[in-house]
Design a protein around this ligand. Structure first.
Ligand code: JFZ
Length: 458
């Protein structure tokens, strides 16, 4: 009888343990943007090596710049709503391309753009090489529909930015729209959704493979062979690309530039890392991931949009994302004459001031096992024999006592990152309390450096 009871108890314990451990399997949406775990073509250690700089970098600049910026996403007095202006107003290609005749950003200075990113604490930048309008913002020999051939500007901003980024020590990447190209007659979409149905009305005649061979592959080759090291290929809108085409693209990229990372929007659950858009996924993702966000309400320059996110929001987003092992790709939309709007520059400068003091608590950190902290977030660095926990305190406790529930480790030291002031700690009932000065060093987020012995035990 005892043996039967023991076996039943063992089964009960394991099934209970199993229940509390097994997270519900995330549902596959079938949407290439949101599918769960990524499928890798390379061995995990090779992917991890390729991704190292990215996870250390944590913070980058996204740049949406193209013909739509010429008049702030407006056309002949009409509101084009966004960088999708050509689609929103169903502008015939023969009319839209005339914008190129006026595009002459005489104030464009690549070094200035890179300096703004660098001063903000950003470690990489990604610019739209070809957005949905199909217009190449680089010297493409495979398509004359490009900035060098078709505009009075007649310069190659991708070349100038790649050179400037390299000179100032930032990594450089390009965005490439796969599934939308309103210049090319062979780009079908899911049921015509966001396709160019005004110049090319018959979706059934559109052959993605022709566009893929004629434009996509040649331009990806150009981008990866004409501009030096490209660190990121940021694909977009992969709805109609086949698994074989996604694989072919990844292999092409990694053959030409083995260190270049590819985001998941290459399609079919492939890619080196995941992307979120305008949101911070609750628990992050198991794979390396990045969320991209606008500074105001638009990706491309939209005249009159002064709805800039407060610097506090930007800094706290960066911290929240880093605490979940993610990267923050923050967007600017330069004007038609080549200037990053003042509202963006001001906020990026303020983020940079915070990063100057607290960057150590963001760069090279990983997510932290301390979750659900009412007063802020936690990031972590593993050290020989222990860990450094960076406590990001948004809400400075009025009673001067910061409570860290459930941290079991013994503490080596606790200091304020700004100024290095030593802090007293006390442990009771499995919780740690840190005594804090009355005034926080930073009103947005103050960092406490907590060095503990051994790997964090929660
Ligand atoms: C796409 C573009 O349409 C947009 O113009 C911008 O370039 C943005 C960064 O990318 O927009 C998307 C793409 C994917 C999703 C949402 C908007 N998604 O997966 O939810």
């Amino acid at each position: 009888m005892n043996r039967i009871i023991r076996v039943c108890l063992a089964v009960l314990v394991f099934s209970l343990f199993g229940m509390c451990q097994a997270a519900p399997a995330p549902v596959d949406t079938g949407d290439p943007h949101t599918d769960r775990s990524l499928i890798r073509l390379d061995p995990p250690e090779q992917v991890a090596k390729r991704m190292e700089w990215f996870s250390d970098a944590r913070f980058g600049m996204f740049i949406h710049w193209g013909l739509y910026a010429q008049n702030g996403c407006h056309w002949r007095g009409q509101d084009g709503k966004s960088e999708h202006m050509m689609r929103h107003l169903q502008i015939p290609l023969r009319e839209y391309e005339k914008i190129a005749d006026e595009f002459d950003p005489e104030k464009f200075k690549a070094d200035e753009w890179v300096r703004i990113a660098k001063d903000a604490g950003m470690k990489y930048m990604i610019i739209t090489a070809k957005h949905h309008d199909g217009f190449a913002m680089f010297n493409s020999k495979s398509s004359s529909y490009n900035v060098v051939v078709r505009t009075p500007f007649a310069r190659d901003p991708i070349q100038e930015l790649a050179d400037a980024a390299r000179k100032q020590g930032l990594r450089f990447g390009v965005y490439y729209s796969l599934g939308r190209d309103w210049e090319d007659p062979d780009v079908p979409t899911r049921d015509g959704y966001r396709s160019n149905t005004w110049d090319y009305p018959d979706e059934s005649k559109k052959d993605f493979a022709k566009y893929f061979e004629r434009k996509v592959k040649p331009q990806i080759k150009e981008l990866l062979t004409q501009y030096g090291p490209i660190s990121v290929l940021w694909f977009d809108t992969p709805e109609k690309i086949s698994r074989a085409q996604s694989e072919e693209l990844i292999r092409l990229v990694h053959t030409l530039q083995p260190d270049c990372i590819v985001n998941q929007r290459v399609g079919n659950r492939l890619g080196d890392y995941r992307v979120a858009e305008q949101s911070i996924p609750e628990g992050g993702y198991p794979d390396p991931w990045e969320t991209c966000m606008t500074l105001n309400k638009h990706w491309g320059y939209y005249e009159g949009d002064e709805n800039w996110k407060p610097t506090e929001t930007l800094v706290r987003n960066l911290i929240d994302i880093a605490s979940k092992n993610g990267n923050f790709l923050l967007n600017v939309g330069p004007t038609g004459d080549g200037v990053i709007p003042a509202g963006s520059v001001e906020r990026l400068k303020e983020v940079g001031l915070w990063m100057k003091v607290n960057g150590e608590a963001i760069y090279g950190t990983t997510g932290c096992p301390l979750k659900g902290l009412a007063w802020g977030r936690c990031t972590k660095k593993t050290t020989p024999g222990g860990a450094t926990l960076y406590l990001h305190v948004f809400d400075w406790p009025k009673n001067g006592k910061l409570l860290i529930p459930a941290l079991k480790n013994s503490v080596e030291s606790a200091t304020l990152l700004a100024g290095g002031v030593k802090l007293k700690t006390s442990a009771k009932d499995g919780a740690l309390t840190i005594a804090l000065p009355a005034t926080p060093p930073d009103k947005i987020s103050s960092t406490i450096v907590l060095k503990v012995k051994g790997a964090p035990v929660i």
